[in-house]
Design a protein. Structure first.
Length: 329
């Protein structure tokens, strides 16, 4: 059966330390690209396919943005978001749908409660329950539906891999990553997710995050607009206290986490990393990516130290910290 790399092809990326005792270890693979796109560091297997999960969202957003749909600012950020379902996020999603005169039930993502604790408690106190519009991927789905409406593509089948919307996503991914996916699966939100290597994922993200708004090619102009939107509206791309939002706001990086331990990140100077934690844990992926960029000279170690304190990486003993999740790269 097709699958990602094995444990024998992985290296240690992070440890969990409790009271001075290393309790757990996270293995995986990672790649770092120089601003010029050269591989300057590789850890483990970076050439076998992985499923990028939500790290595919920038490609999906650009596919919508190059299909006759103009998305800028917060609208672009929500289109690539794994958002926490606050009222402000929901308003943006509904706003995208309203542009096509659509209502939230048309969304193909599954119903979910908000990820944000305060927003979730508010929904529960009001007697509400899971809804499609509060699911973390609803912005991506709304952008896809908006593109479908603009092109008169079928709405009901927009999640089918053969649908024009998903073929557009595949085209964008292949053009930017330089790879043809080796497999297609169904993501947690119902969209197709394409298997590519960590190296290909890093290349594609770097092309997006270093694109110029003055490019003669629409693909790169839209990529530049998306990158600016995420950096200018980090709250929309994640949410209060979310690791992506914290890293973007504090360090000026472009950051995107995916399920099952995948992370992509580009520093302001263009240095880019892609990480896959093999056991699927997300808790270490952000700090591993930040440390890799710092080791490459793209971020200051002191600045990463300061941000680490905001990433909720403490190991608790009762009501006090007794250790931490620590990158070992």
């Amino acid at each position: 059966m097709a699958g990602t790399f094995s444990s024998s092809d992985a290296v240690e990326l992070a440890v969990v330390v409790r009271s001075g005792f290393t309790e757990s270890r996270h293995a995986g693979s990672a790649v770092v690209l120089s601003p010029e796109g050269e591989v300057v560091r590789e850890l483990g297997d970076i050439r076998s396919p992985i499923l990028p999960r939500s790290c595919l969202k920038p490609f999906q957003a650009i596919a919508a943005m190059t299909s006759g749909v103009t998305l800028r600012g917060e609208d672009a950020a929500i289109a690539t978001a794994s958002h926490s379902g606050t009222a402000a996020h929901v308003a943006l999603v509904k706003g995208l749908l309203a542009r096509a005169e659509l209502l939230p039930p048309v969304l193909g993502c599954p119903p979910a409660l908000p990820g944000d604790r305060a927003a979730r408690e508010q929904v529960v106190r009001a007697g509400g329950g899971p809804e499609r519009v509060t699911m973390e991927c609803s912005g991506k789905h709304a952008a896809m539906l908006l593109a479908c409406a603009a092109n008169e593509w079928p709405l009901e089948s927009y999640l089918d891999p053969g649908h024009p919307m998903q073929r557009k996503v595949l085209d964008v991914l292949e053009r930017l990553s330089g790879e043809r996916p080796s497999a297609v699966a169904v993501d947690g939100c119902g969209t197709p997710v394409f298997a590519i290597s960590l190296a290909g994922l890093a290349r594609g993200i770097q092309k997006i995050t270093t694109a110029q708004s003055t490019s003669p090619f629409a693909l790169f102009r839209e990529a530049a607009a998306l990158t600016a939107a995420v950096r200018d509206h980090a709250w929309a791309a994640g949410g209060p206290g979310q690791p992506d939002t914290v890293a973007i706001e504090r360090l000026g990086v472009f950051a995107k986490r995916g399920a099952e331990g995948v992370m992509v990140m580009t520093a302001p100077n263009g240095t880019t990393t892609a990480v896959k934690v093999l056991d699927g844990s997300q808790r270490a992926s952000t700090i591993v990516a930040l440390r890799l960029l710092a080791d490459a000279g793209a971020l200051e170690h002191d600045a990463v130290d300061a941000v680490q304190a905001e990433l909720d990486l403490w190991v608790m003993g009762g009501d006090r910290p007794v250790g931490e999740i620590r990158a070992t790269v």
